[in-house]
Design a protein around this ligand. Structure first.
Ligand SMILES: [Zn+2]
Ligand SMILES: [Zn+2]
Length: 366
């Protein structure tokens, strides 16, 4: 075989990457290429789902996860290597995904979900995949998907199986509908208790993540190509060798069905300051954030306190070295003009709720 033959063979291979897909009745490579999907959580499940979407030819992925690769991840995560230990999960995953499919466009956000991806970005995606590992994070993402009425698929694993919950009709049931009012109320606790990293580790192994991730990937790919999808919760049980679909129903009492109706786009980005934001809002309007931000820190042992706008921090008192308590707010009317929106945890293309004399209004960052 001479050089010319080898080259043309490779070119032919590249152009026929999806040849076997095209033989599947109803498969539309173009619909996948045009799709933009957001994956929240790049643990074992997120790894499997991202791999399947990338290899299937989904055109654009946005990955969001604040954590770094640890050695204990490597027994379950198909995209991470020994050399990735200590690197951000989203960056390590993005590198491997582009190796798997050089045609993929992938963006990364190494922040918790509410600070990583704006509501405008969620609304403009074709599908959101929730590969999160706590109920509080799932509820938070559910609320955001409901606000902009976007289809999403949630997945979770247990040691020998798991669940896949497709919420593909924004007017149908949501994750919150399946929980009791007590279970939902976890969203009402203060910020620090919502920190998902504080949760205890549970047993997990690659067969279950692969199984559940494959179901999520399968439903995602079918949904993007407008094929029929299951509408209930898939309960996957390895000990029985079964996957059972359990219908889920919309609960009219579920508080997560609020949606944003009319949005005004403004020429302010998340990297701009409060001063610039104010110049675009109606007079005496009060912009709000979706998650409390710190406005001051105070010491409960001595008289020290200090105005300190930003994400809640865990510093010690400069006078007595006892831990400082952050005082938080969701109202930004007192935030200094020089503070950047990003410093308040506001993500790109966020939609901000604003209280005005005419009532609630929504403003979308560029
Ligand atoms: Zn609901
Ligand atoms: Zn003190």
């Amino acid at each position: 075989m001479d050089n010319f033959t080898v080259l043309s063979h490779q070119e032919n291979f590249m152009s026929s990457r999806y040849a076997r897909h095209e033989l599947i009745p109803g498969w539309s490579q173009q619909q996948l290429a045009d799709a933009r999907v957001i994956i929240f959580g790049l643990g074992a499940l997120g790894n499997e789902v991202a791999r399947i979407l990338a290899m299937s030819g989904v055109g654009s992925l946005l990955l969001c996860d604040p954590d770094r690769v640890e050695e204990s991840n490597l027994s379950r995560t198909v995209l991470f290597r020994q050399s990735h230990i200590g690197r951000l999960k989203v960056e390590a995953a993005a590198g491997t995904l582009v190796e798997l499919n050089p045609g993929l466009s992938v963006e990364t956000r190494s922040l918790p979900l509410i600070h990583g991806v704006g509501l405008g970005e969620i609304r403009d995606a074709h599908l959101v995949l929730s590969c999160l590992d706590s109920r509080s994070a799932r509820l938070q993402l559910t609320g955001r998907c409901q606000l902009v009425k976007i289809p999403y698929i949630d997945g979770g694993t247990h040691p020998w199986g798991g669940e896949v919950r497709p919420y593909l009709d924004p007017d149908g049931p949501c994750y919150g509908c399946s929980l009791s009012p007590e279970d939902r109320s976890i969203t009402d606790v203060p910020w620090s208790c919502l920190d998902t990293r504080a949760e205890v580790s549970v047993g997990a192994a690659v067969p279950s993540s692969a199984l559940v991730g494959t179901w999520m990937g399968t439903i995602a790919v079918r949904f993007l190509m407008k094929m029929a999808c299951p509408s209930g919760t898939l309960r996957i049980d390895s000990s029985r060798g079964t996957t059972v679909v359990i219908p889920h129903v919309r609960d009219s009492e579920c508080p997560l069905h609020t949606s944003i109706d009319f949005v005004t786009k403004i020429g302010v980005s998340y990297q701009d300051t409060m001063e610039k934001l104010r110049s675009f809002l109606p007079k005496s309007a009060v912009p709000l954030v979706w998650e409390p931000v710190q406005k001051l820190v105070e010491c409960s042992h001595c008289n020290f306190y200090e105005t300190r706008w930003g994400l809640p921090s865990v510093d010690s008192c400069p006078q007595c070295q006892k831990p400082l308590r952050p005082r938080t707010t969701i109202e930004l009317d007192e935030a200094p003009g020089y503070v950047k929106l990003a410093e308040l945890g506001i993500p790109p293309r966020e939609i901000l709720t604003v209280r005005t004399v005419k009532g609630w209004q929504w403003f979308e960052l560029e």
